[in-house]
Ligand binder design. Structure first.
Ligand SMILES: Nc1nc2c(ncn2[C@@H]2O[C@H](COP(=O)(O)OP(=O)(O)OP(=O)(O)O)[C@@H](O)[C@H]2O)c(=O)[nH]1
Ligand SMILES: [Mg+2]
Ligand SMILES: [Zn+2]
Length: 339
């Protein structure tokens, strides 16, 4: 599995003074040593559903966690009643260090970012080929978010029964993305679902996209024993009806080629604000260009005269189409999503 780097939340950084040698050993032990490990499957109004061993346990944040958010995909330490019995409530006392954090802001000027999921490996950008119409701007934005977060992007083009995938795939060819094209019938007969599972096994994959593109339909095909509600697309506006209202992690069935993994269904997004993005981390996903960017003036937007990448490409170090794609992605922040 490829990773673009590991970074953590600011609130993950804890100053832990070394007390070894100065105090009795009992003081250096972490609190709640007896806590069980949990995996957050869903969050609903402050209640987290966690998988603890093979039980689903409802838990709330312990006071000591303060304002730290607990999100789907988090690995947590839980104490209290872990029986999973009805009406019991356990406490989450610790959130383990996150290997990745997918965030978005409501729009590009919004200073408040929210974490959508933690510890995902892969971002499935789900786009319908029709009904609703594909919007490449959102795809570009999701790609930027994936590169920033160090997630491997996977393009999932749905509703191939309604329109061909060719034109959209052409736009994204220079990026060399992994992709899969699906249609409802293929998903339903099992073979289509197996093809998607192949691309997901052993990983934690989070699905994002506009409402109505078929995220839940896809997840239902991948995990047939867990049927979530799907909704239709409004015939007048061509938009989905925001059927899914909370993110939910579901275990993929073990695959014939080994490994399982998780797929996370999320509510449809209207936009994907990128206020929090760091250019450096986006360019890191373009190793053929990253080296050439070393010659750029400080603070280069890579979209201005003086950017060293033009000379880099002219010198034959990278394909012009790659630079074009990178620039389109970087510029997506300056453009409105409907453009
Ligand atoms: N024709 C066709 N329709 C599909 C396909 N996949 C999903 N749909 C339909 O598209 C509609 C929306 O599907 P959902 O799975 O609810 O979409 P969603 O992305 O989960 O939407 P939100 O939960 O609102 O974000 C439903 O009526 C599905 O039956 C497909 O491959 N072909
Ligand atoms: Mg849904
Ligand atoms: Zn530059």
């Amino acid at each position: 599995m490829r990773r673009y780097g590991k970074h953590t939340d600011e609130d993950d950084i804890r100053v832990r003074p070394s007390r070894r040698g100065t105090r009795p050993r009992t003081h250096t032990r972490p609190k709640h040593e007896d806590a069980a490990e949990g995996f957050v499957l869903t969050v609903d109004r402050g209640r987290m559903t966690c998988l603890v061993e093979d039980r689903t346990v409802t838990a709330m944040k312990a006071r000591e966690l303060g304002r730290k958010a607990v999100v789907v995909g988090d690995r947590v330490a839980v104490v209290g009643d872990l029986s999973g019995a009805k009406d019991t409530l356990a406490r989450i006392v610790r959130v383990e260090e996150r290997s990745s954090v997918l965030r978005r802001t409501a729009d590009d000027n919004d200073p408040f970012e929210r974490v959508i999921v933690a510890n995902a490996d892969q971002l499935a950008i789900v786009t319908a080929l029709a009904d609703p119409e594909p919007r490449p701007r959102l795809i570009d934005r999701c790609l930027v978010a994936a590169f920033d977060a160090g997630l491997e992007p996977l393009l999932v083009l749905t509703k191939a029964d309604l329109a061909p995938a060719g034109p959209l795939l052409e736009t994204y060819a220079p990026l060399g993305l992994r992709y899969v094209v699906t249609s409802r019938d293929e998903l339903a007969d099992g073979a289509g679902a197996e093809a998607v599972r192949e691309l997901m096994h052993g990983q934690v994959t989070v699905c994002v996209g506009h409402s109505g593109v078929g995220k839940t339909t896809l997840v239902n095909a991948l995990v047939p024993e867990r049927q979530r509600a799907t909704g239709d697309v409004n015939a007048v506006t061509g938009r989905g009806r925001h059927t899914t209202t909370s993110a939910l992690a579901l275990p993929l069935p073990p695959s014939t080629t080994g490994g399982d993994g998780w797929v996370i269904d999320t509510p449809g997004v209207r936009s994907f604000g990128l206020n929090h993005i760091e250019l450096r981390r986006v360019i890191h996903a373009f190793p053929d260009l990253e080296e050439g960017a070393a010659e750029c003036p400080r603070g280069c937007s890579h979209n201005e005269p003086g950017c060293a990448l033009d000379a880099w490409v002219a010198g034959g170090h990278a394909e012009p189409a790659r630079l074009h794609s990178l620039r389109r992605l970087l510029a997506t922040r300056e453009r409105r999503e409907g453009d």
